[in-house]
Each structure stands twice: as C-alpha cells, then as structure tokens.
Design a protein around this ligand. Structure first.
Ligand code: FAD
Length: 287
C-alpha cells in the first residue's frame, strides 16, 4: 500500500485520479483504519489530506463560516465564534466518540463515511450547509444531504474530494439543536438523531425551519413536512405534536438489536420535538 501526504489540493486530486487500483482519502482515520484492519477496506493508495491548508482551516465567508473537511471535530468545538453561531452543529460534533476520537475525527470523514447514523450529518443538513467538492472534472458545490446515498455509499465520483463546508450567514433570532437517542450515556451509535434549525421573527413566530433525521433510513433525511409544522407558530403544543407526527411519518428504519422499527419511529418524533424546543429557546433568547 502506498501512502501520500500532498500539501496542495491539485496534487491530491491528481493522485486519486491517476491511481490504478483502489484509492482512498485519509482524514482522521477513525473510520477508515478500523475498516482496513477488519479487511472491509483495502486501498492500494491512501491520500492523507490533513496537510492541505484549504482543508484544515476555519474562515469567515460572506457572514457565514467555511471550514475545511479535514478540520477535526475538536477544533470546531473550540472555535468560539463558530460555536456561538451554530450551537446545534456543535451539539452533534461534540457527540462524536470521545475526546481522543474527536481530536482526530473530521466532519468531512463523518459525512463521507456515509453512515446513516453519523451525528454531524442531520445537524449540517438542518443548518443548510453546502459542500465544495473538487475532482478530476473541476470544482462543484452540493448540499450535505446529497452526499450520503446509502450505508457506506456516497454520490462522490471517483477521485472527488470534499474540500470544505459552508455554513450560511445566520438570520437574526436563529437557533439550532441536535439530539440523539442512544441506549448508553456516551460512546454509542445513534438509534435516532434529530437536527432542527429555525429562525423567529420579531414577534417570536417561527418564519423558517429545517428538520433532519438520522439513523431512521438508509441515509440522513431532510424532512420538509416537519419544518412546515413549525412555520407560523410559536412552537405551541399543537405545532410540536404535528412536528413529531411528521418526523415519525418520514422514517423508514431498520429493525436491529439497537432498536426496533416501531421504537425508532416513535423516538424520532420525540427527539425532533425536543430538539425543536431547544432550538426555539436558543433563538428566542436573541429577541
Ligand atoms: C471509538 C469511536 C467512537 C465513535 N463515535 C462516533 C459517534 O458517536 N458518532 C459518529 O457520528 N461517529 C462516531 N465514530 C465514527 C468516526 O469517528 C466519525 O465518522 C469521524 O467523523 C470520521 O472522520 P475521520 O476524519 O476519522 O474519517 P476517515 O476515517 O479518515 O474517513 C472516513 C471515510 O471518509 C472518506 N473521506 C474522509 N475525508 C474525506 C474527504 N474530505 N473527501 C472524500 N472522502 C473523504 C475516507 O476515504 C473514508 O472512506 C466513532 C469512531 C470511533 C473509533
């Protein structure tokens, strides 16, 4: 196996595109090294992207934030301005593994590993995050919800690298939140994850919302019907009930030892409702 650590993006793209056999991007390696040890992944070329400046920086852009796909979860958590603007994304990123894992694990790796239960994905989808992708045919932009298509499968073409994430400028009175259900207190895989991002008007009425669910389908879902339940309301009990029903209705989960289909469907409604209440409170504090 060949290991390369280019310092510029163009070199990384050329290496991946020119590889004869199986080639893969290496970020933190917290998913990939485990897959290699178990034989599930057998790359002949590994291109380590942690030395590429564009992929490891967090910068302000158009009033929002752009962070590199190889930025570690811990770097994001410790970025005060980012954490203040996007507390829900931080809720999610903080849940990835342990402190040690977060010191290595990147958000790009979390998204590109394409686990339906990945914690950062519903939070990023709710936030309306977009990704910048570079490959042999140049650069393109996509929405986070377009990357994962099924367990372990992405829409990325051969040789494409997710370079960075863009989180848009925040409208006034906005809040987001992410919650997951796990059978243990930490270091576990989400049985259900829910991300909610919303904006209130001057009167405290919800005027924009995005709701996303993880671990209840083959990929994280954007659930527009759940967002509709919140818009025009102050998240009164009836609106939250409609939100929970819409979230549950969108689920098409598997049955496994971590939770039955019925359990996941029910808990998705509960998690979405609770995340919405936290996001609402975070937004309301700014009025
Ligand atoms: C003990 C432990 C606990 C964990 N707990 C959680 C948890 O609670 N929640 C959770 O969501 N995950 C968890 N994980 C999984 C893992 O840590 C995360 O998915 C992590 O974010 C992966 O990032 P990475 O940088 O290590 O990715 P890597 O392992 O380097 O890469 C993962 C995959 O993505 C591809 N890839 C990486 N970066 C890019 C890129 N920029 N462009 C294209 N492809 C790319 C790689 O080729 C590989 O296929 C845990 C892992 C461990 C070991």
């Amino acid at each position: 196996m060949r290991y390369e650590a280019p310092k510029v993006l163009a070199a990384a793209v050329a290496m991946l595109a020119g590889a004869n056999g199986r080639a893969g991007v290496l970020a933190g390696g917290t998913d990939l090294l485990i897959q290699m040890r178990s034989g599930r992944a057998q790359p002949e070329l590994l291109v380590d992207v942690k030395g590429i400046a564009e992929m490891t920086s967090i910068v302000a852009e158009n009033g929002g934030f752009r962070f590199g796909a190889a930025v570690s979860c811990m770097e994001l958590v410790e970025h005060e301005a980012f954490a203040k603007a996007w507390p829900g994304v931080i809720d999610a990123v903080k849940l990835v593994g342990s402190v040690q894992v977060r010191g290595r694990a990147s958000v790009g790796g979390n998204v590109c590993n394409a686990s339906p239960a990945a914690d950062s994905v519903p939070a990023l989808i709710a936030a309306g995050a977009t990704v910048s992708i570079v490959g042999p045919s140049g650069r393109r932009e996509a929405r986070v919800e377009e990357i994962g298509v099924g367990p372990g499968k992405t829409s990325l073409a051969r040789g494409e690298i997710v370079v960075s994430f863009l989180l848009p400028r925040r409208a006034p009175h906005s809040g987001d939140a992410y919650l997951r259900f796990i059978p243990r207190t930490e270091m576990d895989i989400a049985v259900v994850g829910a991300g909610v991002n919303l904006t209130l008007d001057e009167a405290g009425v919800c005027c924009e919302a995005r709701v996303s669910l993880g671990a209840v389908a083959e990929r994280a879902l954007l659930v527009p019907q759940a967002a509709v339940a919140l818009i025009g309301t102050r998240l009164e009990a009836a609106a939250l009930k409609r939100l929970a029903a819409a979230a549950s209705a969108a689920c098409r989960p598997i049955d496994d030892k971590r939770g039955t289909r019925e359990f996941r469907i029910k808990v998705a409604g509960v998690m979405a409702r609770r995340a919405a209440e936290i996001a609402f409170e975070r937004a309301r504090r700014q009025i």
